[in-house]
Ligand binder design. Sequence first.
Ligand code: KIV
Length: 283
Amino acid sequence: MTTEPKDVSVDVRPKRQATVKHIATRKGGTPLVCLTAYITPMAARLDQHCDLLLVGDSVGMVLYGMDSTLGVSLDMMISHGRAVCRGAKQALVVIDMPFGSYEESKEQAFRNAARVLSETGAGAVKLEGGIEMVETVEFLSKRGIPVLGHVGLMPQSVHTNGGYGARGRTVDEWQPIIDDAKAIANAGAFAVVLEGVAEPLARKVTEEVAVPIIGIGASNACDGQILVTEDMLGLFAINPKFVKRYAELGDGIASAIETYADEVRTRAFPSEEYTYKMRGANQ
Ligand code: KIV
C-alpha cells in the first residue's frame, strides 16, 4: 500500500538558514525536500525550494565520469562543499564523507569531518553505514559534528554488498536494515537517508525510527525525499527506476549546441547584435 499524497504545499521552512534541529523536528510532518548540489549556481537555484542540500559523493559519477563513488577524495568534497555553501542561504548544507575518509577509526572520522565543516561552512556531514558505524556517529555527534546517516543500499559498499539493486524485497532482508537505521539514530544521527528499499520496509523503518527518514528509491512512506538533481533534470544518462525525470535538460543542451555549431560554421554567429563596433560608430 502506498501513502496517498496529502495537500501539504505550505512552506514550513525557517526564515533563516536551516539547522539540524529544524530538520529533526520534521519527523512525521510535512515531507522534507532534499536534493544534491555540487556547484554554486545550482545551489542558489535549489536553495529557495529545499530544506536540505546534499553535496553527495555522487559528484564523482555525475560530474567527473567515475564509474563508482569510490574514487572521490576529501579535497573534492571540500571544494564542492565550499561552492555549494556560497549559493545556499536557507537550506541546510550536508557534505558526504567520501570512501576511506572515516571508516578506519572514530578519530580519523573526527579529523576529516572537522576539516569538512571548518573549511566549507556546511552544517553537517553524511556517512554510510549501520551498526558498524555506531561508535563513530556517537563520537562525532558528541563533539559538535552533526551526522546524517545512510543505510539500505550503500553505494560505497558496492563491492562487498553486490551491486546497486534494491534491498529488502524479501522479508528476511529486513531486520539488518531496521537494526542499522535504529542504531545510527540512537547513536545521535539527526536524520537517516534510506536508499533503495522496498516500500513496506521503508514504511516500517520510518515508523520505528525516531529521527526523520529521508528516502531515495524508498517510496513515499518516508519523512522526506532526496534525488540526485542531475538525474531528475535529465542531465545524467543513468536512469534508475526510482528517478522521476521532471525535465529533459539534456535534450535542450544537445539542441542548443547543435544550433551553435551550425551557426559558427555558417558564420551566422556572431551576428552584428553580438559584435563590438568602433566607438562613435552609429548604434
Ligand atoms: O551521493 C549522493 O548523491 C547520495 C544520495 C543519497 C543522493 O548519497
